[in-house]
Design a protein around this ligand. Sequence first.
Ligand SMILES: Cc1cc2nc3c(=O)[nH]c(=O)nc-3n(C[C@H](O)[C@H](O)[C@H](O)COP(=O)(O)O)c2cc1C
Length: 333
Amino acid sequence: MLPREPLEIKGVRIPNRLVAAPVASATATPEGRPTEGTLRRVKEILSSCAGLVIMEHHAVHPWGRARVRQMRLDSDPLVESHREVASLIEISGAVPLVQLNHAGGSVADLELLNDPTFRCVAPSPVPNPMREHRVVPAEMTPGEVEELPDLFVSAARRALEAGYRGVQVHCCHGYLLGQFLSPITNQRKDRYGGGLMNRARPLFQVVDALAGAFEDAIISVRLGVADFFPGSSGPGLTPEEGVRVARELASLGVDVIGISGNLCGYDTPLGFDDYSRLVMEAVGGRCAVECTGMVRSPERAERMLRSGVCHLVGVGRPLLSNPSSVAQWLSQP
Ligand SMILES: Cc1cc2nc3c(=O)[nH]c(=O)nc-3n(C[C@H](O)[C@H](O)[C@H](O)COP(=O)(O)O)c2cc1C
């Protein structure tokens, strides 16, 4: 059965085609260190037997957090605390990646927004349509945007020191790099706003810096392909634009593109198969494509792999409800 087939990326063998998608656990200390609760969560995830485990979003800057109890990789003293998580995953036989994120303050929760040390910054001073609180962020200065590649490279260096095999850049679900991509949340008039290639510039600069700094690490981007779900339409980032971004990411040396939604989020009954198929065609085998969303049976996972929707199939909420049932997908004849 297909999901058991391995896939090699940069000499790293992923033992099967199932991916544990990043699912934020809110189990970190306020400093961003994993806790016993995190380790319990990781063990549950590992009972799914997914070959690639992408740990939940870790903040690259204190102002890039989405909530107080989020994991962080924004300072060197944190490295040590992340070793046990990476090593638990590695010892299980799965490949450990970690997702890196700058949330963009407009999605931060109220607890964080009320913290006097937190500064709420985003591409433009517009509320994020994904949050009810409608807080208006401060516009990032060009200098702050130019710092993003360094923030991601520093966090990635810490992740690799902690034992992860690579990183995934969070560019979906209305977080900062996705906010730049969307013309709804990005109304800038400088080189980071306007046309698609300007809006994608911060993402491309981050990826270029990561690919240049870490030749042997797996570099992934989780891309919100559009601001609306497959089969619908609306204002904002279009699938055609998302696919152009994916094509450029493949040229920049990204190893895995994960497919999801941008300002629409991830909660669609149909999943993202249609977007994933478009990205598969656009990247033409230059990188692996992973698709997550409403995969609830081995038959569906197998169909996605066989029909060219993607190379890797991700699961999110099944990891919360019944991760060990996912393992059975791999043992069925
Ligand atoms: C509680 C929860 C936390 C999540 N945290 C993250 C996250 O940290 N990063 C991310 O990219 N997606 C996150 N997601 C989205 C999932 O990775 C996944 O895309 C989504 O659940 C859809 O897949 P599913 O239908 O298999 O659940 C989260 C989803 C849930 C339900």
